[in-house]
Design a protein around this ligand. Structure first.
Ligand SMILES: CC(C)(COP(=O)(O)OP(=O)(O)OC[C@H]1O[C@@H](n2cnc3c(N)ncnc32)[C@H](O)[C@@H]1OP(=O)(O)O)[C@@H](O)C(=O)NCCC(=O)NCCS
Length: 156
């Protein structure tokens, strides 16, 4: 069995910035929740692929809470980072903020947690490098993610 070298979280940290245009918005001129979900999925997919070195598919999206809207002309900022790795899957947190580039205000919009599975050339789940766990906080986060993983798999 091949043992993959652990990878640092910073190697896959992914940031995206999206300018909210009329085609992203509802009739109230605030961005569609589904549009934010699509950006969350993309940002987390890039993070998963950077970490694993494989194409990845979305396996599970945890509950999403939309805290405050973002309007046309404002900006959506996304930041995805790996929380934990399992054998072929990874748990990724995505923080989403709104930004008004005129006033400089920044506000939390969504916190999302997504699970991606790495796929090999035969479209079968592929082993991923473990996340480098450097601190007690890192190890606690991996432990908490293992509990969430059990709960997700129980829903299958
Ligand atoms: C996700 C998927 C690849 C899992 O395939 P599978 O045949 O169930 O494979 P396995 O049982 O070997 O599971 C593979 C990994 O997926 C994880 N997984 C499967 N279902 C899961 C779920 N509901 N929640 C979280 N992780 C899940 C397993 O825990 C395993 O990870 P691990 O190796 O780290 O433990 C498969 O269900 C699939 O292709 N789903 C559709 C994905 C998709 O189309 N996404 C949207 C477009 S990208």
């Amino acid at each position: 069995m091949i043992t993959l070298a652990p990878r640092h979280r910073s190697a896959s940290l992914t940031r995206m910035v999206e300018y909210v245009l009329p085609q992203h918005a509802n009739i109230g001129s605030t961005v569609f929740g589904g549009q934010i979900m699509a950006w969350v999925d993309l940002c987390a997919a890039i993070c998963a692929q950077r970490h694993s070195g494989h194409p990845c598919v979305t396996a599970f999206v945890d509950d999403l809470l939309f805290k405050r809207p973002v309007r046309v002309g404002q900006v959506v900022r996304l930041r995805a980072q790996i929380v934990a790795t399992f054998r072929t899957s990874m748990e990724i947190d995505v923080d989403v903020s709104g930004e008004d580039t005129v006033t400089g205000e920044v506000w939390p919009t969504v916190e999302a947690r997504v699970v991606f599975v790495a796929m090999d050339e035969a479209r079968k789940p592929a082993p991923v490098p473990p996340l480098l766990l450097e601190s007690d906080a890192d190890r606690a986060a991996q432990g908490a993610a293992e509990e969430r993983r059990k709960a997700r798999l129980a829903k299958r």
